[in-house]
Design a binder for this molecule. Structure first.
Ligand code: GUN
Length: 316
């Protein structure tokens, strides 16, 4: 098998003028040679973080610094790489980013008091409570205590309601990042068949809602779906957000489909996504690598949402 990189990361511009890595695979199977070109959609390559950072400078220009309060429970080391990157990136672009590290066994009242304190602090513009929370805490209640106007994750029930009724809302960072990549790469999504794998509140459900708004025909599949691979194999677009290493195989994917891999799974062979990259790259037209595809977009969208919350606070 030959895998030839045509141009370097983020410099190839021939596909609708966009920045992608392009690979050419020449595979010999049963004596037949098949040639396939696919694109790696590079989340960093789009430079959204920098774009949003420029927006931040504008916001700072009004004399106030954007402040994000991040609440984490338990051993911070156990959080995945992207969680650490959230902290690094927010600081890199000049945000005032505060981490409140609480004990894993933290008392619910103590956590709620902290959320309320941040809600009431006019110098705090965004609040993020890292999920999942330890089992003894009521996740819904805690999320719904965050002021909707400071809800940078878009998880508060009123933001969820706004999104699901097609109204302006804070949009959860990861699905928003996926949508931006799809819009960049595909352009108009109208009429596309999209399959979302996973039905979480963080990715699967808001992703399906965003794709419906784009006039896609959306199917959500999950652990109880029958013949999941058959459903996937009809899709023009697959978004895999299920947390199972390399679940999506080559024969689940229609030729020239676009595949967005949200998974970040730690395995013996390192970090892998929900998509079996080597197999799927032989059939898909484009897919996102792990790491480097969706992850940087989640962080970029966190900056975008925090700046949005800041701007809203200035209008009051
Ligand atoms: N856990 C996994 N993804 C996310 C996210 O986007 N926001 C929060 N708060 N927790 C998460």
């Amino acid at each position: 098998m030959k895998r030839i990189k045509l141009k370097g990361r983020g410099v190839y511009q021939d596909y609708d003028g966009l920045k992608e890595d392009v690979f050419f695979e020449s595979t010999t199977e049963n004596g037949m040679t098949t040639n396939h070109i696919y694109y790696e959609i590079d989340g960093k390559g789009y430079g959204y973080t920098l774009e949003f950072a420029n927006d931040l400078n504008e916001a700072e220009y009004q004399g106030r610094k954007v402040k994000l309060g991040k609440i984490m429970q338990g051993d911070v080391k156990k959080f995945k790489v992207y969680v650490k990157n959230k902290g690094i990136q927010t600081k890199n672009v000049g945000m005032n980013s505060f981490e409140y590290k609480l004990d894993e066994k933290v008392d619910e009242t103590k956590l709620l008091d902290l959320v309320k304190k941040l809600n009431d602090d006019p110098n705090v513009h965004g609040i993020l409570c890292q999920l999942p929370l330890p089992k003894h805490l009521n996740e819904d209640m805690i999320i719904n205590t965050i002021k909707p106007d400071k809800d940078v994750d878009g998880f508060h029930i009123s933001n969820v309601g706004l999104l699901n009724t097609g109204q302006k809302s804070m949009v959860p960072c990861t699905p928003l990042g996926c949508l931006m990549l799809l819009r960049e790469f595909v352009g108009n999504l109208e009429g596309k068949k999209a399959t979302v794998i996973g039905r979480s509140n963080i990715v699967g459900k808001p992703m399906s809602q965003l794709l419906i708004e784009e006039s896609c025909t959306v199917t959500v599949v999950h652990s109880k779906t029958k013949e999941i691979e058959k459903v996937c194999s009809q899709a023009d677009i697959i978004v895999a957000a299920v947390g199972i290493p390399e679940l999506v195989k080559g024969d689940w994917v229609k030729k020239d489909a676009i595949v967005i891999d949200v998974g970040i799974n730690k395995t013996d062979k390192g970090i892998v996504g929900d998509v079996a990259f080597d197999e799927v790259s032989k059939v898909a037209k484009a897919l996102t690598p792990v790491p480097g595809g969706v992850g940087p977009m989640t962080i970029a969208c966190l900056l975008k949402n925090t700046i949005e919350c800041f701007k809203r606070s200035q209008k009051k």
